[in-house]
Design a protein around this ligand. Structure first.
Ligand code: FE2
Ligand code: FE2
Length: 194
């Protein structure tokens, strides 16, 4: 039957594509930033009569942010300090910004502990500016200038920390390829039948 043959061909093509997919520091960190951004989208909804829900979101956001900074500082910046002196000035600025952002996060937590809705504007602005620099400049630069071995070491360490999220990233990627393949197959077979 035609759909059986096409399925096999496309399954192998998809798997081949997946195997060849290059892991980069930028891709992994972009996914990480998207995950943090998902929390930020929920912060527009703080209402004084529903503070408990907001506190719950904030607590998850704070934990994930701290985990993200830990990942960057221990899995990426530390490796760079050992292997490449040229990135030290960027790392110094980024570490300072981490400190600033955590201070801002603490302020938000304090306001919440006093049972009021916090103003998230400054925290969101600082985070977005920081992530923009990392996404558009810092991580792509690392992908360009580091050796294959250095990148592998960083990716290995980063994945150890975010293993669960990387697994879901891979699952989403596989699912996406299969859905697109299936859509293309159905469309081309439908066209052929006319
Ligand atoms: Fe950062
Ligand atoms: Fe980051």
């Amino acid at each position: 039957m035609w759909y059986y043959e096409i399925d096999v061909v496309h399954v192998f093509a998809s798997l081949n594509k997946l195997i060849k997919m290059e892991k980069t520091i930028s891709k992994i960190m972009l996914r990480e930033h998207e995950r943090i951004n998902e929390f930020l989208e929920e912060f527009s909804e703080c209402r004084n009569n529903d503070l408990n829900k907001f506190m719950e979101i904030f607590s998850r956001f704070k934990w994930n942010l701290e985990k993200h900074f830990f990942l960057e500082e221990k899995a990426i910046f530390n490796v760079l300090e050992i292997t490449d002196g040229t990135e030290v000035s960027d790392i110094f600025d980024l570490m300072q910004e981490h400190g600033d952002i955590l201070k801002e996060t603490k302020k938000v937590g304090k306001t919440l502990s006093q049972n009021s809705c916090p103003d998230m504007t400054e925290l969101i602005e600082k985070l977005q500016k920081h992530a923009e620099f990392e996404d558009h400049f810092f991580y792509p630069k690392l992908d360009n200038v580091l050796s294959h071995q250095q990148k592998e070491e960083i990716i290995k360490r980063a994945e150890e920390i975010i293993r669960g999220d990387v697994t879901s990233f891979s699952k989403a990627f596989i699912y996406d390829i299969f859905v697109k393949t299936l859509q293309k197959t159905i469309l081309s077979e439908t066209l052929k039948s006319f």
